[in-house]
Design a protein around this ligand. Structure first.
Ligand SMILES: *Cc1c(COP(=O)(O)O)cnc(C)c1O
Length: 196
């Protein structure tokens, strides 16, 4: 989503007394190089949702609310059998300890810049989009993202697709060496496809 559009939505909500909810389940917890992605859009939502990355594999979800939203949503109004259980909360706290620091977040951005450069230099890649380590790769016409992704999986590189794009979301603690290994696999699979 482009920044102007997100800011326009924020203005529209404020003017019409509508709550703004930002779903950061995928984009939050450092994925885009800042703790929350909405920081980069300079918008201030009333409610933010978090999950996936917060648990780093453990099943957890969380809702952040400002005072306006918090006054409406009272304790006891939302329940879940295993919600707030101590094991996953301990995991979530540890994730926050690791992720909520400048050095870690800037390492995500540094790796993202490097990975995007490497991707753009691959034969068969037309464009690279996304923020931080949430990356979309447009392949040139004639290449099929789905086939490339399944060939990559056979060679040990797990990537997803998003419509006609490749969707790359590596772990935030990926190393530069691992990025290079992934790029090598992708290069091989792209050139195989191009020769078909
Ligand atoms: C996975 C996902 C959800 C759902 O999260 P749950 O914790 O399963 O409720 C919501 N929004 C986005 C963007 C997601 O990727």
């Amino acid at each position: 989503m482009d920044k102007e559009y997100a800011q326009y939505l924020e203005t529209l909500c404020k003017e019409n007394d509508i709550m703004l909810i930002v779903d950061e389940v995928q984009t939050g917890i450092g994925r885009t190089g800042t703790f929350l992605c909405c920081e980069q859009y300079h918008i201030l939502p009333n409610i933010i949702t978090l999950a996936k990355g917060l648990g780093a594999g453990l099943p957890i979800g969380a809702i952040l609310m400002d005072e306006t939203a918090g006054e409406i949503f009272q304790p006891g109004q939302h329940g879940s059998t295993f919600g707030g259980n101590p094991v996953v909360c301990a995991g979530g706290i540890e994730v926050l300890k690791q992720v909520c620091n400048e050095a870690f977040l800037s390492s995500v951005s540094t790796k993202a810049v490097y990975l995007k450069e490497q991707l753009l230099a691959l034969p068969g890649v037309a464009d690279v989009s996304g923020l931080g380590l949430m990356i979309g790769v447009t392949v040139v016409e004639g290449l099929a993202a789905r086939q490339i992704a399944s060939r990559c999986a056979e060679s040990g590189l797990l990537i997803l697709t998003a419509k006609s794009k490749l969707r790359i979301m590596p772990p935030l603690n990926i190393t530069m060496e691992e990025i290079d290994r992934g790029i090598d696999v992708l290069r091989k699979c792209l050139s195989e496809q191009a020769h078909l």
